[in-house]
Design a protein around this ligand. Structure first.
Ligand code: 5AD
Ligand code: SF4
Length: 451
């Protein structure tokens, strides 16, 4: 007989089991994918999704820990969930802040009753039920294998769907929390991915973006037991006649295999777009970041990708103000940008993250210096994005229609180069239409429907 549990002096408050829920995802596309899967899990329990978080019985904040600002957003969001009468919905914190901070979140924000990390969210419905019955819980187990098996099958999808194929990171860049919050690199099995892609297409997807923190490190075995990489997976998915487009993100330069580069020249459905973060344009800084590639090796990869697919649109991530970065070293980043001419890029001020080696390095850069460098870098990146879009004017291309625009009869979709294109005319969400690109700005293009 198990020992009796001691009588509790205080009965924890009970809340009715939630009937409606709202999931809010912050941060990267993998979080968007996780947010969709959590919504599917909760819906499978009979709960109803609500577009508005005000009024939802359960609010899931699917958080991002990559930079300090992203983390702080969570706490201000928790505060904002308090209703006029002082009550709160049942609050669950999921994602990378949950992983990194665990139970501390409940200490700092007692209205949070569930804390669940990115590899454990298959347990969310059970934890929500426990919390409603008065038993708060934290679950930050890794790795992710059990999670995917426990998720419900995909049913409906928008025209452009995400599919996580790989999770985690073994690269340990010295500034980055991902290896700690998402754990070691794992690849989902080939058969599971083929099945999930098939269900997404059956549910309405025309385009699938394969996701992973290091998506091009994906490795698996095909149905004949042969070892394949991401290019092999893409080839198999491309054989589905109802799937029109494939993309993948985010890649690491060191995992850009010959096969994947060649795939860009050989598979029509693989869109001409590559997000390949370089972070900085100076080898000393790259070494201090533990990036394990150099400026030269990165440029060589781009040459090979461009040889395979001359119209490829290049994208990247940059960090300014890494500890010790001198003005001359930052200038090297500007020079690299000037050389590559990205179609688009993301740039960030370095943000020290607890537990990462860079956070305690000498030479932390003053905020004003970072601000000024970021401004200069963003001016250069905006210049290049605008030029890329302007150079597209006159092109005829296919646009995948994703949603209605703000104006009557207007539609919004994406070009093969991931540009936002708006146009008016006869169309429907999910159509692939032919348009002539007629006008360009830094963030979008106007198209004219052909035929
Ligand atoms: N500070 C600033 N930017 C960061 N990134 C990752 N960690 C940090 C950090 N500590 C950026 C990198 C990465 C992108 C997802 O976020 O550029 O590629
Ligand atoms: Fe972070 Fe580097 Fe891994 Fe990217 S490759 S997730 S920046 S550690």
């Amino acid at each position: 007989m198990p020992a009796e549990t001691p009588a509790q002096t205080q009965t924890p408050p009970r809340q009715p089991q939630p009937k409606t829920f709202h999931v809010k995802s912050f941060g990267c596309q993998m979080n968007v994918y996780d947010g969709e899967r959590m919504a599917e899990l909760l819906a499978a329990q009979g709960m109803t999704a609500s577009d508005e978080r005000d009024g939802a019985d359960l609010v899931v904040l699917n958080t991002c820990h990559i930079r300090e600002k992203a983390t702080e957003k969570v706490y201000s969001d928790i505060g904002r969930l308090r209703r006029a009468d002082g009550s709160t919905p049942l609050i669950a914190v999921a994602g990378c802040v949950a992983q990194a901070e665990g139970e501390e979140i409940m200490a700092r924000a007692p209205s949070v009753k569930v804390v669940v990390g990115p590899q454990a969210y298959h347990r969310l419905p059970e934890m929500v039920a426990d919390a409603a019955a008065g038993k708060s819980g934290t679950e930050t187990d890794m790795p992710a294998e059990a999670k995917f098996a426990a998720l419900p099958k995909r049913r409906r999808s928008g025209p452009s769907a995400f599919l996580t194929v790989q999770e985690g990171c073994d690269k340990f860049c010295t500034y980055c929390v991902v290896p700690y919050t998402r754990g070691a690199e794992i690849s989902r099995p080939f058969a599971d991915l083929v099945e999930e892609a098939r269900l997404l297409v059956a549910g309405g997807a025309r385009e699938i973006t394969l996701l992973g923190q290091n998506v091009n490190a994906w490795a698996g075995q095909d149905d004949k037991g042969r070892a394949i990489g991401l290019d092999g997976l893409i080839r198999v998915l491309a054989a589905d006649p109802d799937l029109a487009r494939i993309r993948y993100t985010t890649s690491h330069p060191n995992d850009m295999s010959e096969g994947l580069i060649a795939a860009h020249g050989e598979i029509d459905k693989l869109m001409p777009f590559l997000h390949l973060p370089v972070q900085a344009g100076n080898d000393r800084v790259l070494k201090a970041m533990n990036r394990s590639h150099t400026v030269e090796s990165y440029l060589k990869i781009l040459d090979r990708v461009r040889a395979a697919r001359p119209d490829i649109a290049l994208s990247g991530d940059f960090i300014v103000g890494f500890p010790g970065e001198t003005e001359a070293e930052f200038q090297d980043t500007l020079d690299l940008v000037g050389q590559v001419r990205h179609a688009q890029a993301f740039s960030f001020k370095y943000s020290p993250r607890p537990g990462t080696p860079a956070a305690t390095m000498d030479g932390q850069i003053a905020a004003e210096v970072m601000d000024e460098r970021l401004q200069r870098l963003q001016a250069a990146l905006t210049r290049d994005a605008t030029a890329f879009n302007q150079a597209s004017v006159g092109r005829r291309c296919q646009v995948l229609v994703e949603r209605r625009g703000r104006h009557e009869g207007q539609w919004l979709g994406k070009s093969p180069w991931l540009q936002s294109v708006h146009f008016t005319g006869e169309a429907a969400i999910g159509d692939l239409v032919t348009v002539d690109l007629v006008q360009a700005g830094p963030n979008s293009l106007a198209g004219q429907l052909v035929g």
